[in-house]
Design a protein around this ligand. Structure first.
Ligand code: GLA
Ligand code: ZN
Length: 685
């Protein structure tokens, strides 16, 4: 039994199914082919509102009754959606206030999706009504496995209703206008409010925006959208207490998924790595680590991926032979108990008719179908990994609150990309083949030996205290520049940059000195330091760093900060902090990260050539080693354990060399032993 799907054992396989786009005879072929491909679960009704309720209050469930029964008669479970992501035309026409409004004040029209005002009482009422009707009608259906609430929540709105709600949200948060004025720093540019009626959400302004107001608007939007989810969840749980409810995340800027995940029975994620980008699989690994961590380590669901190309980018490249399979196992390797797709059958019309599907337009006689069918059947060999967990000794911080703040306006460097930055830091860990959790500084940091904090500009006093404690208690910290600069109100933490971390890093920054586009400065390991021989290239940013109790690890070898420290290390209590005052090139960042991992005695999950991803999942009795060959050539891995490759059934001995073709995978089951980690070293200085 896996942990989320009612009556769904093993690794779940399936995808979004949109039968309303097809005549009845196609349904028969669908279920036949679903069976052939080992489909166990379909997400149904995600965009079915206008078909289910063709006019206000007039419902037509006949087709859904039929398809629910047909699927169940074929042993296929349903992840039934509440259809609120795409309101029907009648709702927008009869109640224009249900349509979202953009920042410029333009009300969106119909003809796409997500055109909804999250504050609109009518939208909320009609969403609730159809969700209730679905729960009452299908709550006892034997095929119902779970609820899929809405879809990829992302509708922010700047209408009058939302403006009103924003004020209410602020009054609850700050109580008094004086407090709001203080939090938003309204003494600057004469913004002081003297009455609540003057307070609005951030519509276009003449010049630069107030960053504290923007930050609160982001928090508000995340909370507002989450309220829609929790209301539906409560409604569904009220009618079907045993049916788990989720919504599908994508790495969306608007929704603070650390908070959202706490409200869901299972974390689900839509992942579309771009096959045209060399780092796509490393980015996917980061996102998967995040999803596992969001659920506190519980298995999560890969709810959507593409079987081949998507249609949303300028140039949409295919997943070459074997790469869809590899990416699917990658999700499982990082804790997913599901491999699902958007979508089952390629649409013949509409916005996404060129988005790949499990069953392409060309039908069964296609490479994609053959690979989809083969994978669905092959996954049965790894069913037993479902519910197995991953333990990590390394954590990296990814924080939506910081995302909103660090990309704010009028910063020293305004080309900064938080997503890319965290992905780079994670990639250094990924290439080091260690297990990684993705956390915020608000959680429990005690399980970790190494903590990586990429550009955490926003840091609350509790968070900086947590970092200090982590290091003082013996942790190894890597923190990169422009961290610990402002508090939760985007107010500078005084006392010299980085105010929130000065004591932890044993140094301060006199001034930020960003580099122009394309400019680089050489960096070398400081003589007699642990990084003697280290050579790197700095770009984009330099801190004019002054050591206090820290030691330089590497220094600039050129530019106006020549011979000044670029990287420093600092002993604090039982631990050590490494601070990077610039943006190091990828190889150097990895070398530095490896140096810290070594110091902390964190070992790779398993020795393997570069480009082979290695993860483990464990149960009480078994350890599952995943080896994923992302390279274009065959690799050899000498096993450190004996076990069985679940996919091939082969018995493997410790010391034996396992050969993996390009894009191939092995999942080696061994009897559980203690996690492979070295003892903490006694001479750690
Ligand atoms: C998202 C949506 C799907 C589909 C896919 C593919 O993940 O949830 O409905 O649009 O993207 O583009
Ligand atoms: Zn609105």
């Amino acid at each position: 039994m896996n942990t989320f799907g009612r009556r769904l054992p093993g690794v779940v396989y399936g995808g979004d199914y949109n039968p309303e786009q097809w005549p009845r005879e196609v349904w028969q072929e669908d279920v036949r082919l679903m069976r052939a491909a080992g489909v166990r679960l379909v997400s149904l009704g995600v965009f079915s509102w206008s078909v289910l309720e063709p006019a206000d209050g007039r419902f037509d469930f006949a087709w859904l009754d039929e398809i629910m029964d047909l699927l169940w008669a074929n042993g296929i479970h349903v992840n039934l959606a509440t259809p609120n992501a795409a309101p029907p035309p009648w709702l927008a026409t009869d109640f224009p206030e249900t349509l979202s409004v953009d920042r410029q004040g333009v009300r969106h029209g119909i003809g796409s999706r997500g055109h909804l005002c999250p504050s609109s009482p009518v939208y909320r009422d009609r969403s609730r009504r159809i969700a209730t009707a679905l729960a009452e009608r299908y709550g006892q259906h034997p095929g119902l496995a779970m609820w899929h609430i809405g879809n990829e929540y992302h509708s922010d709105c700047f209408c009058e209703l939302c403006d009103d709600r924003f004020r209410t949200w602020l009054r609850q948060r700050y109580d008094t206008l004086d407090e709001l004025n203080h939090r938003w720093g309204t003494a600057f540019w004469s913004q002081r409010y003297s009455d609540w009626s003057q307070v609005h959400l951030p519509k276009p302004v003449r010049g630069w925006v107030n960053p504290s107001r923007e930050l609160d608007f982001s928090r508000f939007t995340s909370d507002l959208l989450l309220e829609l989810v929790t209301q539906e969840r409560d409604l569904l749980h009220g009618i079907t207490p045993d049916v788990p409810a989720t919504t599908n995340f994508f790495q969306c800027r608007l929704t603070d998924s650390h908070r959202w995940a706490k409200e869901l029975d299972v974390v689900a994620f839509d992942c579309y790595p771009d096959p045209g980008k060399p780092d796509a699989m490393a980015v996917a690994a980061f996102q998967y680590d995040l999803m596992r961590s969001l659920g506190g380590g519980r298995p999560w669901m890969l709810m959507e991926q593409a079987a081949g190309a998507v249609s949303q980018w300028k140039n949409n490249q295919v997943k070459q032979t074997g790469r869809m399979r590899l990416g699917s196992y990658q999700a499982v390797a990082h804790g997913s108990d599901a491999v699902m797709f958007f979508q089952w059958r390629a649409s013949r019309q509409g916005q996404e008719k060129f988005h790949s599907a499990m069953l392409p337009h060309g039908g069964e006689n296609t490479r994609t179908w053959q690979e989809v069918k083969a994978l669905g059947n092959e996954l049965r060999t790894v069913d037993e990994v479902a519910t197995a967990r991953t333990a990590a000794q390394v954590a990296i911080v990814w924080d939506w609150q910081n995302w909103w703040a660090v990309e704010g306006c009028a910063h020293p460097d305004n080309a900064f990309d938080y997503r890319d930055t965290v992905a780079r830091h994670h990639r250094a860990l990924w290439n080091s083949q260690v297990a990684v959790d993705v956390v915020t500084l608000d959680g429990d940091l005690s399980p970790y030996r190494v903590l990586v904090i990429p550009n955490q500009y926003l840091m609350t006093s509790q968070q900086s205290a947590a970092v200090r404690k982590f290091v003082a208690d013996g942790g190894h910290l890597v923190v990169s520049c422009f961290s610990g600069i402002v508090d939760e109100d985007d107010r500078i933490v005084e006392g010299g940059y980085p105010g929130a971390l000065r004591e932890v890093i044993g140094a301060h920054v006199q001034e930020f000195s960003p580099l122009p586009d394309g400019a680089t400065v050489p960096v070398q390991g400081a003589g007699h330091s642990a990084l003697d021989g280290f050579s790197a290239t700095a770009s984009r940013w330099q801190d004019d760093l002054v050591t206090e109790t820290a030691r330089p690890l590497a220094t600039y070898r050129g530019g106006h900060l020549a011979d000044r420290p670029a990287v420093v290390e600092h002993d604090l209590g039982l631990g050590r902090a490494v601070y990077i005052g610039t943006r190091l090139d990828d190889d150097a960042l990895e070398e530095l990260v490896r140096h810290v991992l070594d110091r902390a005695d964190v070992l790779p999950v398993h020795e393997a050539p570069r480009g082979v991803e290695v993860t483990e999942r464990r149960t009480e009795t078994s350890t599952y080693l995943f080896l994923l060959n992302h390279r274009q050539d065959e690799v050899a891995v000498t096993l450190d354990r004996s076990g069985t490759d679940l996919i091939t059934g082969r018995q493997l001995e410790a010391g034996e060399t396992l050969f993996l073709d390009a894009a191939d995978v092995a999942v080696v089951r061994s009897t559980s032993a203690a996690p492979r980690q070295a003892e903490p070293s006694s001479s750690d200085s």
